[in-house]
Design a protein around this ligand. Structure first.
Ligand code: PLP
Length: 379
């Protein structure tokens, strides 16, 4: 029998979360962001749940090819554009739209031979300082692109650094707005946090932080919904998935493979980081950091045991971790343990809660699901 650990990808949760993005941005089209192998879920596994999107945004040509192999004929956007000139040949062959964020990418386009002009998204560095033309260089980049026969429609794009936090998006929106006001083309501005938090009429956000309150118009023809599609709150812990109406799309679950009865003073696991203060039953779960469970999660990281919330005990090891059985005295070998996602009945353990206990974010946990964990797609 294989180890009892497994992951499930939930198709209806993916489509439900996508519907949340649509509801938050009713006038926009929605890119489902499926980079990093659909945030660790697997592009092929999420395709059914996300095929209601208007397009798929990703990074690697190989991922673009996979989306085309699934039969998707709609828009596909390379979020970082081409990494070298010959990538443009693949863009022509696969009809991939691509971001243009630096002068070299314009040079490559100018030298590219294609029958079909390319749809490009010209990216502004409005403050994130990763990719894009600075506002003062944006217009001349646009003019260069606009003069190329290799280029069809030019859309305008930027990326927010603080849509999930206190600084907000106003400063970047102002920079973008000032430099693009009279330029034609569709706009793509918002990631998940901006889509949910800075949507028109969002009551949940402190109105003093409502970035559009200063009258600035945020035109968003395409929102880029990543983490919200995968059932994590982009501004956790300020808000959780219940608040945003999102559902987990990945469940990681396993079973107890041993039970230990601790006496006062007994310790648990490597480094003896946990000491029992009284008699205590603990269960050993077939899940460790080699499965992608974060090693930084210390004692009391939440887990569901037969659907009941309890906590981990001691250090996570490569293949095992320990949980407190106190809240479920009947638990024994074979009892179901939900590390994150959907538990028995209607129980849910948000991946955000686990990520926080490990000092990280849900993005990292999803992406780190290990290859050795068998994954299946469920309704
Ligand atoms: C350019 C760009 N747009 C959109 C996204 C999606 O972000 P999120 O997953 O926070 O929605 C990302 C992700 O990092 C990104 O790099």
């Amino acid at each position: 029998m294989p180890r009892p650990i497994e992951a499930l990808i939930h198709t209806s949760a993916l489509s439900g979360n996508l519907a949340r993005a649509r509801a938050a941005a009713p006038d926009a089209r929605v890119w489902a962001v499926v980079k990093a192998n659909a945030y660790g879920h697997g592009i092929e596994r999420v395709f059914e749940g996300l095929r209601g999107a208007d397009g798929f945004a990703l990074l690697d040509l190989a991922e673009g090819e996979r989306v085309r192999k699934l039969g998707w004929r709609g828009p596909v956007l390379l979020l970082e554009g081409c990494f070298e000139p010959r990538d443009l040949e693949s863009c022509s062959r696969l009809n991939l739209w691509h971001v243009v964020h630096c002068a070299e990418q314009i040079d490559w386009l100018a030298a590219h031979k294609t029958h079909q002009p390319h749809r490009v998204f010209l990216k502004m560095n409005s403050g994130m300082n990763r990719l894009g033309f600075r506002p003062e260089a944006f217009r001349s980049a646009w003019a260069r692109l606009n003069a190329l026969p290799q280029v069809d429609e030019i859309s305008l794009m930027t990326h927010f650094s603080d849509a999930d936090g206190a600084r907000g998006i106003t400063h970047q929106l102002a920079a973008f707005d000032d430099a693009t006001r009279d330029l034609p083309g569709e706009r793509s501005l918002s990631n998940s946090a901006a889509t949910l938090r800075h949507a028109p009429g969002v009551a949940a956000v402190d109105p003093r932080r409502f970035d559009r309150a200063d009258g600035m118009q945020m035109r968003n023809d395409w929102v880029r919904a990543g983490i919200l599609c995968y059932g994590s709150a982009p501004d956790f812990p300020a808000h959780d998935i219940r608040h945003w109406g999102l559902q987990p799309t990945m469940t990681l679950r396993s079973r107890l493979i041993a039970v230990q009865q601790l006496q006062p003073g007994d310790t648990v696991g490597y480094g003896s980081s946990y000491t029992a203060t009284g008699p205590q039953r603990i269960g050993i779960v077939a899940c460790g950091y080699a499965d992608g469970y974060p090693r930084h999660c210390g004692t009391d990281t939440p887990v569901l045991l037969d659907g009941v919330r309890t906590g981990t005990v001691g250090r996570v090891s490569m293949d095992m971790l320990a949980v407190d059985l106190t809240p479920v005295p009947a638990a024994g070998i074979g009892s179901e343990v939900t590390l994150w996602g959907h538990g028995p009945g209607d129980t849910v353990l948000a991946i955000d809660d686990v990520a926080r206990a490990g000092g990280t974010i849900a993005y990292e946990l999803m992406c780190a699901l290990a290859l050795r964990v068998p994954v299946s797609v469920s309704e």
